[in-house]
Design a protein around this ligand. Structure first.
Ligand SMILES: NC(=O)c1ccc[n+]([C@@H]2O[C@H](COP(=O)([O-])OP(=O)(O)OC[C@H]3O[C@@H](n4cnc5c(N)ncnc54)[C@H](O)[C@@H]3O)[C@@H](O)[C@H]2O)c1
Ligand SMILES: [Zn+2]
Ligand SMILES: [Zn+2]
Length: 364
């Protein structure tokens, strides 16, 4: 079918709205008409990996199922769905119930192509365009997902706002509630107060952590962190950051969580954790991490994917918490019309908007 998709064709180029052809849903697949799609920082990754281009990014889609392929039984036409990361369902980790560590995670989510480098989308001239980004490529009016990476939600929810629950918010909340399993009255330091970090702050409140310290370079993000429950905020550029963290946490934090991917910050996070504490990393790292000889002594470190969350379990829980007023993730969101996708990306990269959500000009 003919759809409109935002195609990224060059590392420094804009996402261009193009008329493209999208294949019918194959076995196990569902066709989703998008209502809203969040922008996650990971959507800029193809800009530094030219071999992935051209590609349609977007992996926080929310929409309505328009058609289903052969063998799909748990999702039906008309269902309202939140799209999340993809997994194979067959590898050891998928069978053990930890699909975010699917052995095919990288190929299924971060290449935009399927295992044989195929794709269900082509341009008007017939050339292929990657449309398997996180098993969805949802910067488009329609996308193909699988029954494994859609989560059915109630039809009376504001569907256009729910997309971020599929990745950034899921990752921040899951890292605290699942991966680090933060316990009440324990100290938590969150580095980076973007969408992932602020979701972690909100989840820290849900978990009963105390104190909760947020560290960022943008004062307005730190202000939002305080409104969302951080007991302390610190500017990451402070020369006495380590001493301030030690003072607030009584000598060392029980948990530290880095969302910056900056190796200096990752080392600060590790150093801020007390012996017996747990440090989680989720930021996309751009250079090798060099550790001091004693950096790991007595500490647990986890490289976390998608918060270790199972979307079908955590997304409904986060929606319940939001309905109870305990997880106000909608405060991170600012909406943009689909054709302002490049403005939305710039607003996010410049730190002005925490979580842009693109709207497709129609309500469910
Ligand atoms: N591992 C996963 O499964 C997963 C999932 C989603 C996102 N991610 C990654 O997580 C990271 C965070 O995503 P996001 O959407 O929240 O991004 P974001 O850009 O909104 O947030 C990052 C924050 O870190 C802050 N920061 C940067 N340098 C800093 C420093 N030196 N000290 C303190 N703060 C600093 C920035 O000001 C920004 O607020 C990205 O790298 C993204 O690609 C990973
Ligand atoms: Zn798997
Ligand atoms: Zn993401």
């Amino acid at each position: 079918m003919q759809i409109t998709a935002a195609v990224l064709r060059s590392p420094d180029g804009k996402h261009q709205l193009e008329q493209v052809d999208l294949a019918d849903p194959g076995p196990g697949e569902v066709l989703v008409r998008l209502v809203g799609t969040g922008m996650c920082h990971t959507d800029v990754v193809p800009r530094s990996m030219e071999m992935l281009l051209p590609v349609v990014c977007g992996h926080e889609g929310a929409g309505i199922v328009e058609a289903i392929g052969e063998g799909v039984s748990d999702v039906t036409v008309g269902d309202h769905v939140v799209l999340s990361y993809d997994s194979c369902g067959e590898c050891v980790n998928c069978r053990r119930g930890i699909p975010s560590y699917c052995e095919q995670f990288l190929t299924r989510n971060l290449t935009g192509r399927d295992a044989l480098w195929g794709t269900p989308m082509s341009a008007e001239d017939g050339t292929p365009i990657g449309a398997r980004w996180f098993g969805q490529s949802s910067f488009a009016t329609h996308c193909l997902a699988t029954s494994r990476n859609v989560v059915v939600v109630d039809r009376d929810l504001p569907l256009e706002l729910l997309g971020p629950l599929g990745c950034g918010v899921l990752t921040g909340a899951g890292s605290i509630l699942v991966a680090l399993d933060v316990q009440p009255e324990r100290s938590l330091v969150v580095f980076g107060a973007g969408a992932v970090g602020l979701a972690a702050v909100m989840a820290g409140v849900v978990a009963g952590a105390s104190p909760i310290v947020a560290v960022d370079l943008h004062e307005h993000r730190l202000e939002l962190a305080r409104e969302l429950g951080a007991t302390h905020t610190l500017n990451g550029s402070a020369s006495d950051l380590a001493a301030q963290l030690a003072a607030i946490t009584g000598g060392g934090a029980d948990y530290a969580f880095d969302t910056t991917g900056n190796t200096t910050v990752m080392n600060t996070a590790l150093a801020a954790v007390r012996m017996g504490g747990h440090c989680g990393f989720v930021g996309v790292q751009t250079e090798p991490l060099t550790l001091d000889t004693l950096a790991l002594v007595g500490k647990t470190v986890t490289g976390i994917l998608e918060g270790s969350a199972v979307p079908q379990t955590l997304i409904p829980r986060l929606i319940e918490l939001w309905q109870a007023g305990r997880f106000p993730f909608d405060r991170l969101i600012e909406t943009f019309p689909f054709d302002q996708i490049n403005e939305a990306e710039a607003a996010s990269l410049e730190g002005r908007v925490v979580k842009p959500v693109l709207l497709y000009d129609r309500r469910p």
